[in-house]
Design a protein around this ligand. Structure first.
Ligand SMILES: C[S@@+](CC[C@H](N)C(=O)[O-])C[C@H]1O[C@@H](n2cnc3c(N)ncnc32)[C@H](O)[C@@H]1O
Length: 221
């Protein structure tokens, strides 16, 4: 993996975090109050998690589940996840974002955030996870290899049968370049299926192919 793209992702996201972290995390507003920003995280969890507990929990008690999040940003979704699940561990390439996430999670002792290298999960202390989640992160990553590597890493940390639910860019008409850290590499439905097979997952459900919010339900084999 070229170090230069990892370095560029870290630098660009640190700059965005310094300029206006909450805006770059959720561009719906430039002037988020704490309350509105964290409510938007609760909304994401209500829409993508609470509606999908059968696939996510598979009969387990959420309070006993260990959850992994990739690209936690300023802790918006992490905080909402930690209010539902037993333990949450989250990574982000940007140290500036992680500093903001730590503040957002100061009262959430079951949430742990780590700055990582932008491509793997070696910073996560061992242990098997019950569920993994990522939203509006891979849509910004310009390298297919980096995304594949994350999916392999999640496979390494998830229990057999557990779900990795995540979103990728599905709009293939976008004009993306190899070093743009805002518009990431798009996936066709076929490319998503191929990635699942190469990384140890069954791509059981997919929704939104061809669109920005292309959601994938990958179950660990
Ligand atoms: C638009 S924000 C979304 C944050 C969070 N998922 C949310 O919904 O609130 C994208 C986040 O992905 C992080 N990110 C970008 N590329 C990454 C990479 N290669 N590895 C880990 N995190 C990355 C950025 O630092 C940023 O915090």
């Amino acid at each position: 993996m070229a170090d230069s793209i990892l370095e560029k992702m870290r630098r660009d996201w640190d700059e965005r975090a310094r300029e206006n972290a909450r805006y770059y995390v959720n561009t719906a507003r430039e002037d988020w109050t704490d309350e509105e920003f964290f409510q938007s995280g609760e909304r994401t969890v209500a829409e993508e998690i609470s509606t999908d507990m059968i696939n996510i929990c598979q009969g387990k008690n959420p309070a006993e589940m260990k959850v992994l999040e990739i690209g936690c940003g300023a802790g918006r979704v992490t905080r909402a996840l930690a209010r539902q699940f037993g333990e949450v561990h989250a990574v982000d390439v940007s140290g500036e974002m992680i500093a903001q996430a730590k503040k957002a999670l100061a009262n959430q002792t079951n949430a742990h955030v780590y700055q990582n290298n932008g491509m793997d999960l070696s910073v996560i202390p061992g242990g098997q996870f019950d569920f993994a989640f990522s939203t509006i992160v891979f849509q910004h990553i310009p390298s297919r290899d980096v995304i594949h590597n994350y999916v392999k890493e999640v496979a390494r940390l998830l229990k057999p049968g557990a779900l990795f639910k995540f979103q990728v860019q599905g709009d293939n008409t976008l004009d993306t370049t190899a070093d743009d850290t805002w518009l990431g590499v798009p996936f066709s439905d076929g490319q998503a299926v191929e990635m699942a097979e190469q990384c140890g997952f069954e791509p059981r459900h997919r929704h939104g192919a061809g669109q920005q919010y292309f959601w994938l339900w990958f179950f660990r084999k």
